[in-house]
Design a protein around this ligand. Structure first.
Ligand code: ADP
Length: 169
């Protein structure tokens, strides 16, 4: 079975088959990791994303990596936290699952995720991390094509939360 790794760093630097972007529903770029990915990939990315005409929360779309070391970028809008009773958990799980599904459909063996929804979208990290790890683990159990899924955490607090979730999973 493929394995999950948790690392700290900048996802735009990773040479993997696909990196996932914590996008918004317009897919036209934004702040946080989305802005960093659009800046590093170059203007071709926005041209490609404009053609989708947006993407619903929890769904995913794929583009080339353009100037990134990664071959593909998978764009998924995670849920905005609204207190926890607006389907946030199932929508966040959908973001991870649909991104992995799209990666497999495009022949990817290595995929890297940022911590979807725990920045500007304010999803509590202590709830997002175990949900992300469990969803990825379950997917890996059913899909032999994937070799490695990396959670790329930008800051130490996020890194600690995902490490803990991995140990406790
Ligand atoms: P969201 O809107 O889904 O909450 P954000 O981009 O605001 O997305 O935050 C998601 C996570 O991505 C946060 O933990 C943030 O610190 C992190 N992040 C920001 N830039 C990068 C980067 N270059 N690589 C990896 N993670 C990043």
């Amino acid at each position: 079975m493929g394995r999950i790794e948790v690392t700290q760093g900048d996802i735009t630097k990773l040479k993997v088959d696909a990196i996932v972007n914590a996008a918004n529903t317009t897919l036209r770029g934004g702040g946080g990791v989305d802005g960093a990915i659009h800046r590093a990939a170059g203007p071709g990315l926005d041209v490609a994303c404009a053609k989708f005409g947006g993407c619903a929360t929890g769904e995913a779309r794929i583009t080339p990596g353009f100037n990134l070391p990664a071959t593909f970028i998978i764009h998924t809008p995670g849920p905005v936290w609204q207190g926890g009773h607006h389907h946030e958990a199932s929508l966040l799980a959908n973001s991870y699952r649909n991104s992995l599904q799209l990666a497999v459909a495009n022949g990817c063996r290595t995929v890297a995720f940022p911590s979807i929804s725990t920045g500007v979208y304010a999803y509590p990290l202590d709830q997002a991390a175990p949900l992300a790890i469990a969803t990825i683990q379950h997917f890996l159990g059913n899909n032999s094509q994937l070799d490695r899924v990396t959670m790329v955490c930008f800051d130490a607090r996020t890194y600690a939360a995902y490490q803990r979730a991995l140990e406790q999973n």
